[in-house]
Design a binder for this molecule. Sequence first.
Ligand SMILES: [Zn+2]
Length: 267
Amino acid sequence: MKFNLAATALLVATKEMAPPAKIFDNLAIVGTAGTSAAVIETSEGLILLDALWPGEIFADMIEYEMRLLGYDPADIRILLVSHGHPDHSGCGRHFIEKYGAVPYMGEIDYHFNKEFCEKAGNPQVVFDFEVDHFINDGDVITLGDTSIKAFFTPGHTPGGFSFIIPVYDQGRPHNAALWGGSAPPPDRAACEQYLQSLAYWRKACIDNGVDAEFTTHPIMNNGIERMNVMRNRIDQVANPFVIGTDAYIRFTGLFEEMVTDAMKKLK
Ligand SMILES: [Zn+2]
């Protein structure tokens, strides 16, 4: 068996718990530096966006970090899964069974998850929960006073979604973008689909007045450093996750560059 030390070290390092942070009045980031989840507050309870890797340690991490921020995991009403990779859906069953969270995600990725995990030799992380609500492009997921817009953005996976979430910073409203899948996919057709989705997403962000952002991979966007700013913020300091529309569109150039570069290496 081949052993790739560098890859293994990266995997271990990025699975370390990162200190959680409330980055908006109504949204917090919990999880690891490599992959995070978001907790969204509404007037009718919490939405958990993504559910980290499979394993008790990650479920415990989400709950522990939520409590550090003053949230009760029992208030989770909806589990919203961005895409069918196991680092975003792993603890889904835990939150569904323990707290009655209602799962929402795309149907294509629900099935893709099984195929992906089996191919990767990880049948133990195959989806182990049913999904009540399959989401479609343009759907609005509402809980209490909060409505999240879902956009079908396949490429990273065949059925991933991205979201625009209404957030507040010191009471001021903003629209936060979450691009649902980051790294380039393994084949050319999927890379082309990724770029098409990115173009669609950029237009959606402009049309919907996106002016803030976060990712579920905080190591990709200086997220950890910016979370640190928010944890230690004094009122006069601007929220570093509120960057304006133009800056967000420029930031998505990172994804375009990654995929374009990956395509050059594909035969
Ligand atoms: Zn992924």
